[in-house]
Design a protein around this ligand. Structure first.
Ligand SMILES: [Zn+2]
Length: 156
């Protein structure tokens, strides 16, 4: 999955603090930059589902554009672009912020699940469907549901 790798690399790049030093004197990520990056990610995901070359190209162009704005040293011009973006989206800003927040927390949840999957197994309680986490590699164990105290045996 080439594009998935690209997305992950891009996310790591976006949120890493180490980049701060490199970004001195450059525009960095403003609201418009965040919007174009999210849009590019959305298009990339769409590409994975539809395999549309046009959407893929659009996503790539958007990523290049976001990258260009982030690296740009012409901060005053980028500032004006960002102001114009803020003006245009003024009315739907609360909605956009909500969407962005949802995306971020979903990505964090998925990343968290991926890192935990190495050390834990996940089961659902057969009685109340509570999700339960068990450390891996202990053979057959009896699991007690933390919500309803139902006991059941599973491989860990
Ligand atoms: Zn239960």
């Amino acid at each position: 999955m080439g594009s998935l790798y690209f997305i992950i690399r891009w996310l790591v790049f976006m949120f890493r603090d180490k980049m701060m030093r490199f970004m001195v004197g450059r525009n960095g990520v403003d609201q418009l930059g965040r919007a174009t990056t999210w849009l590019a990610l959305l298009l990339m995901l769409t590409t994975m589902l539809t395999h549309s070359a046009m959407v893929y190209l659009l996503a790539l162009l958007l990523i290049i554009y976001s990258y260009f704005r982030m690296m740009s040293r012409n901060i005053s011009k980028r500032y004006l672009e960002n102001q114009r973006y803020l003006q245009i989206t003024d009315r739907i800003r609360p909605f956009l912020n909500k969407v962005e927040f949802k995306w971020q927390s979903t990505i964090r949840k998925v990343a968290n699940w991926f890192s935990q999957r190495k050390y834990y197994r996940f089961y659902k309680c057969p009685n109340c469907h509570q999700k339960l986490r068990v450390p891996k590699g202990h053979g057959k164990i009896e699991i007690t549901c933390k919500r309803c105290s139902t006991r059941f045996i599973k491989k860990s």
